[in-house]
Design a protein around this ligand. Sequence first.
Ligand SMILES: NC(=O)c1ccc[n+]([C@@H]2O[C@H](COP(=O)([O-])OP(=O)(O)OC[C@H]3O[C@@H](n4cnc5c(N)ncnc54)[C@H](O)[C@@H]3O)[C@@H](O)[C@H]2O)c1
Length: 305
Amino acid sequence: MTVLDDLSRGHPEHIQGVPLVIGRCEDEGAVSDVFASTQYDAVIHFAGESQAGESVSNPAKYFKRNVIGGLTLFSAMVKYGVNKLVFSSSASVYGDPSVIPISEEAPVNPKTPYGESKLFLERVLAWFDKAYGLMSISLRYFNAAGADPGGKMGELHDPETHLIPLVFEAISTQEPITVFGDDYPTPDGTPIRDYVHVTDLAEAHVLALKALENGAETSIINLGSGIGYSVLEIIKEVEKITGKTVPYAIGQRRQGDPAVLVASYDKAREVLGWSPKLSSLDDIIRTAWQWHLKCLEQESGQFRG
Ligand SMILES: NC(=O)c1ccc[n+]([C@@H]2O[C@H](COP(=O)([O-])OP(=O)(O)OC[C@H]3O[C@@H](n4cnc5c(N)ncnc54)[C@H](O)[C@@H]3O)[C@@H](O)[C@H]2O)c1
């Protein structure tokens, strides 16, 4: 196994016991070197720029990095005879869906260049299957959240854009977190999202690889918990679990943010035999909080020298 990552956002200390090659997916030479070194059975393509908001103001970056990166990687797979791929797609391909929960048959209508880049790569993969026999499963994650229950790994983004770690940051710094809009057509006016635990997501990738090995067809599969929580519900649940008050302020809506995104995971159950096990809001917040406290402890240790 090899990890290819340009470390633009990744953390080498989180890659343990696996060789790391530092390089970009859009760099044909770097990608070819990896494939030339060993015969691989399959690829999981996680790498990508993933800030939907940023993609609206800088679409060029998203199309260059995500689309060219994906195309370069998939083409190298064909060249080196690797014909199984699991791809990190996203619920953002659905845009602002009219039917909840969202099934894979729902119309796609991305509202951001980020979502557009994911949808384009899904379509590329359908054509690559027809033309070259590259078999793939595109996993449309809803909101990945939570941390390793053993405390080994969790989110570490800079800048952080994900709600739960931002709520924790607000507790630690006492700087209010901005809630982007409270005038959505939801019970409390704030957007509703489906949070799925990273451990559940990880398991789905293993199952997807096994499915491909057993001859599964190229397909697209939603990964979510099937339950939605509003931003204010998350804040209240964090307060309940941590016993701390979360300072927050209501701000303007962000461009491209839909009111409600909640998955149907029926297809994941049927095709992969997957269902979420650790994606209750309680498990998600408790594991993420444990990780947050560990990071704070490490920071203060470094500060003390
Ligand atoms: N986190 C979520 O809620 C979520 C939801 C839906 C989809 N996704 C998708 O899942 C994948 C992983 O998400 P994440 O939250 O772990 O993101 P992340 O930013 O934490 O990780 C992305 C990794 O890819 C690397 N990378 C980025 N572009 C690269 C490139 N062109 N070449 C080589 N390395 C590159 C980064 O250094 C980083 O290690 C992404 O493709 C993202 O779009 C994430």
